[in-house]
Each structure stands twice: as C-alpha cells, then as structure tokens.
Write a new protein. Sequence first.
Length: 285
Amino acid sequence: MEPVYTPVIGIFVSTFKVMGWKVVVEDAHHVPLEGPAVLASNHVGYLDFVFVGYGVRERKRLVRFAAKKEVFDHPVSGPLMRGMKHLPVDRDGNVNDIMEQAHERLLQGQLVGMFPEGTISRSFMPKSAKTGTARMAMRAGAPLIPVAVWGCQRIMTKSVKKNMERGLHIVIRYGEPITYEPDEDPRDVTKRMMAAITDMVVDLQDRYPQSPADDSDRWWLPARLGGTAPTPEEAERMAREERIARRAKRRAAREGAVDGADPVTTEPSAEPPVDPPEDAPGSAG
C-alpha cells in the first residue's frame, strides 16, 4: 500500500459509486502483471489519467503518469501528484529530462502512462502524436500498450463547464502491445501505435450505449457522429492559435525580465520552435 496513491484510488472508486457512474474496463489482461510497460492513451478529458489508472486495478498495478509541470505546482494537486510519484513535464524545458525520468521508472519495473498527443483533443478524435512515447518503450525494451478511453470528456474537458451528472458511462480499453524491432524507426512505431489507438477509440464511440439528451448536449460527440465538437481540422487550427498565444505570452514575460535585468549580464533567450520537437513525449493537460 502506498500512503498517497492507495487512498486517492479509494476516493475515486467511492466517487464512481456515489455518482452512479458505470466504469467498464475491457481487455486489461494486455497489461502485464509485473515488469515495465508504457501505456499510451488517447486524451479527451482532464480525468483520463484517473480512468486509465483505475483500469489496471484488477492487474494489481499502479501507473505513473507524465503530466505538465503546472499541475505539480498547484497547491492542491501538486502534493498529490508528487505523493503518487507521477512525472512532471516542463514543456519549455529539456525533453531529455522526462525521457530519463521515465526510463528510470521503466528500469524499476513500473508502468508509465503517456498521452502521446501531448494535449487534449478538442475534436475527441486521436490526432498526430510525437515519437517520445514510442522511444521510451523501445529504449527500455518494454511493452508499448495502446489504450482508449471514452466518456471521460463528459465530466471535465477543455472549454466546457465541469459536469457532475449522475449515471455516466465511461469505458477504458487496453489493446495488444504494439510490436516493434529494437532498431526500428520510432516514427513508424508511433504511426502503428496511433492507428491502434484510433481504431479502439472509434470502436468505443460506435458502441457507446448513451446518447445526448438533446441538441445542446451533443457537444461531447465527435463531428463524425453528428456531434458539435470541432472537426479535427478545426481543432488543429484552435490548438495552433493557442500555441501562438502561449509563445507570445512567454516572449512578453522574457522581454519584461530582460528589461528589468542588468544589461551587462543578461542574454536574450532563444525563440522556441514553431512546433514542439518531433521527439517530445506526450503528457496530460
């Protein structure tokens, strides 16, 4: 028993029961009973990591998730994330930091949870992924297990008010490990991984037993099923605009710091790349 992780799981399990949420776990037997593995999941809501971690309870395993550093800096979530030994990701920092953290955990025989897309998909359809997740598994020679979650977005996701509706249906499905050769190009492994995740997500969406209550409730359905969520193309445009805004904010902060610093000792920071590095890992957020 872990002093923080175990009680937190208990709290969430109790919440599921109180709220009458039906949480269905499929094919968890693909997660090894012992030894390392990387769990690569799609990302539709802020609580995805809770349900992906919940799904391996029957395997008596705990998952250490990579999450953005801001979550660890929060006065409430920070102590919990550190206590559960999750992995902080500084999106403006050195990519190798999280890669080394994850590699160490894998060498210790732990499960590492990743969201290869890097952020929540507003379209609720899997989007392109970075290669870091595949490279983590390949470096450690660990199983790379695709995971699909669906229904979590109805509770808490981007740009939508939190919904504590009773009786929600949430599904977590674990797929067969992605096969790879030790010297294979991680880009090819990543493509197979995301293809498997996408197939599982589509299957869960098509089999989902609940429907929107009315037209105003169609926001949680993807456009392909008649929902009002952005199309993948619209979602990518929105994400691009957000990235530009974040970089402008960081640049303004840097310039402000430079203006107030000793001009003899201060050097300007390099401008970040237009897109995240190809080898960057994914994280929750």
